[in-house]
Structures are given as structure tokens and as C-alpha cells.
Design a protein around this ligand. Structure first.
Ligand code: SAH
Length: 362
């Protein structure tokens, strides 16, 4: 049975409970066609207006009911204060490689970061799942800033719509690799995945959820039977080293994490990506590659190496290109499938690990 069974997009009441808001404040974004239709009827409108609202919310980028010009003008005016659930743009920076970082202001004033990453055939959005993050990984700027709160469903969906509208282009891929640990906000993250798939129209196979691992949650995710790719932030080739980098590893030994990942592969038939940050002189030695390969032997998986992106709060070093190549060669010689992720948006602090809640432009 699914362990994240709430489907808030199925019912306004449930959506309201999950968003922790009163009915009058209920954001419409994140809700299904059925729920929106129910809501329109409750407002005394004919039910076909539900379909119109759905279209304007998810496809036309309505930010307020006043934007929905197919609705009667007088009614729109009386409903102008209804919260659709859209964030406002606080700041936007464009890196020289075309990556765009957005600082979005939520209704309670919190700021989150979202990144739009264009490439020849794709537009990828890197979305946040929490304001801040409680995992406190030592190499990550988000973790250094502490945890504020989980994002609601509409706050996750909004990030994708925002990037789509800004680029004037459909988003093709989504990575849950922004601020936060998605499996600590699993209910909302899973509901947002379903909404982005069903209502915004993005294929689940074009989505990747990245987690550092929360005991039991990878198994629970498997039970959701999604088609998304699971990426697991391993980052070390043994428990001692992992614990130095990732405090939460204390409650979740490497072996237990790998066992749960193996179960995930069995349950879903989908392979897992293991992310491995490369920190010069620390975990980038050939012996680490050999140890990693040993763990992953016969495992239906793929290793994605992430050369460390510098942050102010830590003094790790990014390895040289030569040692990255050596690490790759070492894994390949042991027949481990491996790729290197050269993060985009580095100089604008938009790359992996560089997102933070507190950085606000003067
Ligand atoms: N909480 C999720 C998503 C985090 S961000 C997770 O831990 O997987 C996505 C990836 O960026 C993770 O693998 C994360 O460990 C990595 N990352 C964090 N800080 C980084 C840094 N300074 N340089 C490179 N990658 C980093």
C-alpha cells in the first residue's frame, strides 16, 4: 500500500488541510479538474467554468481570477482577492551560460530558489521542496542555512510554471534538486509530481527526484508506482566518510541505504542513479572509486559524479580535471556506468549545492 496516500489534488478539503490554511485562503493551484469544478459550482458558477479555470491556471498562467478573461467581468472583480497560489518574483539572475536563477517570494514572505536550465533540446527546472533543509550536509549551502518549513503543493508546482512562463517555452524536464530534502516532504512532493504530470503535462519519466536518504521513505516511494527517476546522494564510499559529510547518515548506515535502494529496484524495475560529489583529496581517490564499485557491483544503477561547487561556508576543494578523469576511468574499468555532471550557473550561485534561502540582493 502506498505510504504517501494523500492525494490533495483530489479534494479541496484535503488540499486545505495539507496547506494548513483556512478555506477562504485555499490556493487553487495544485488542485485537480474535479476539485476546481466543485469549487466553481460552490461559488454559484456553472460547472463548465471549472474546465476554464483549469485551463487558465495550468496552461495560460493566470495569477489572479481577474486574469481569466473568459469569466464574467463583475464576478472576476468580486473574486479578485482569491489566492490562486502563485509566488511573486523577488529577484532573477541570468548566468552567462543561460541558466536563470529565480528567487521567489512565497505568501508568508519566505524566499526560495528555483533554477531554469536551458539546453539545445531541453528546458529543465530545478525545483525546491522545502524552505531551507534540515539535513545539514557539510558541503551544501542550503543545509548551512537551516530549515524553515516544507513547501505546499502549489508552491512546488508554481516554480515550474514560473520558469515556463519566463522562458516562453514548455518545460521538458524537472529535477527535485533545489533547496530541501524531498523525502522529508514526501506527501507534497509526490502530489506535486502527479499534478505536474496530469495537469501541467510533463512526463514522469522526464522527472528526477534526488534524496540523501530517509529511512523507509525510498521503499514508500516505490509503492507510489511513479515513473520518475530516483537519484540518491551517496557521496562517499564508506560509512565513516559519509558520516563526516552527512550528519543524517548516523541514523541511516550506508549498507541500510543501499539495501533499501536494492529493494527499490526490485519493486519498480527502474534503475537508481547514485550521485557522488567529488571533493579533492577527500573522496576522489582511486581507492574510493574501487570501494564504490565494490558496493555497486551487479546493482542496476548509474553513478553521476558531481565535482564540488564551491560555497562560502565550507572549504572543500573541487578536484582537478585529471583526477575527475582518473576517478571515471577507475569506475569504468570496474564496469560501473558513470557520467559527470558539470553543474550550470556556477558563477551566479545557481549550481548544485549553492542555493540558499538567505541570500537576498541588496
Ligand atoms: N536533498 C536532496 C537534493 C539536494 S541537491 C539530496 O540530497 O539529494 C542535489 C545534489 O546536489 C545533491 O546530490 C547534493 O548533495 C548536491 N550538492 C550539494 N552541495 C553541493 C556542492 N556544493 N557542490 C556540488 N553538489 C552539491
Amino acid at each position: 500500500m502506498a505510504v504517501f496516500p494523500l492525494s490533495p489534488t483530489d479534494s479541496p478539503a484535503l488540499g486545505q488541510a495539507l496547506a494548513g490554511q483556512s478555506e477562504a485562503d485555499l490556493p487553487l493551484l495544485g488542485q485537480s479538474l474535479e476539485a476546481l469544478t466543485e469549487w466553481m459550482v460552490a461559488q454559484g458558477q456553472p460547472s463548465y467554468r471549472g474546465q476554464q479555470l483549469y485551463q487558465w491556471l495550468y496552461q495560460q498562467g493566470a495569477r489572479s481570477l481577474q486574469d481569466v478573461t473568459v469569466f464574467p467581468k463583475a464576478w472576476r472583480q468580486t473574486m479578485a482577492s482569491v489566492d490562486l497560489g502563485r509566488s511573486s518574483l523577488h529577484h532573477r539572475v541570468v548566468a552567462s551560460d543561460g541558466t536563470v536563477k529565480y528567487l521567489l517570494r512565497l505568501r508568508d514572505g519566505q524566499i526560495i530558489e528555483t533554477v531554469g536550465i536551458p539546453s539545445a533540446k531541453r528546458l529543465t527546472v530545478c525545483v525546491s521542496s522545502q524552505v531551507g533543509c534540515p539535513m545539514a550536509c557539510d558541503f551544501c549551502a542550503t543545509g548551512k542555512g537551516g530549515f524553515v518549513r516544507n513547501l505546499a503543493i502549489h508552491e512546488i508546482v508554481d516554480q515550474v510554471l514560473t520558469v515556463q512562463e519566463d522562458f516562453g517555452q514548455r518545460v521538458s524536464h524537472i529535477v527535485f534538486m533545489g533547496m530541501g530534502e524531498p523525502l522529508l516532504n514526501a506527501t507534497h512532493t509526490v502530489a506535486a509530481i502527479r499534478c505536474l504530470n496530469r495537469d501541467v503535462g510533463i512526463g514522469q519519466r522526464a522527472m528526477t527526484l534526488s534524496t540523501v536518504g530517509v529511512p523507509g521513505r525510498i521503499r514508500a516511494l516505490a509503492a507510489e508506482q511513479l515513473q520518475v527517476t530516483l537519484a540518491v546522494s551517496l557521496h562517499a564510499s564508506n560509512q565513516i566518510q559519509r558520516l563526516q559529510l552527512i550528519p543524517s547518515a548516523g541514523a541511516y548506515p550506508l549498507e541500510a541505504l543501499l539495501d533499501e535502494c536494492r529493494e527499490y529496484v526490485q519493486l519498480t524495475g527502474r534503475r537508481v542513479t547514485f550521485e557522488y560529489i567529488l571533493l579533492a583529496g577527500l573522496n576522489d581517490q582511486p581507492v574510493n572509486a574501487a570501494e564504490l564499485a565494490q558496493h555497486l557491483r551487479g546493482f542496476q544503477s548509474h553513478v553521476n559524479l558531481i565535482p564540488y561547487n564551491p560555497i562560502d561556508e565550507a572549504d572543500y576543494q573541487r578536484p582537478s580535471e585529471a583526477s575527475i578523469r582518473d576517478f571515471v576511468a577507475e569506475l569504468e574499468s570496474r564496469r560501473i556506468a558513470v557520467t559527470v555532471r558539470y553543474s550550470r550557473g556556477l558563477e551566479e550561485n545557481a549550481a548544485c549545492g549553492q542555493l540558499r534561502a538567505s541570500r537576498r540582493p541588496a
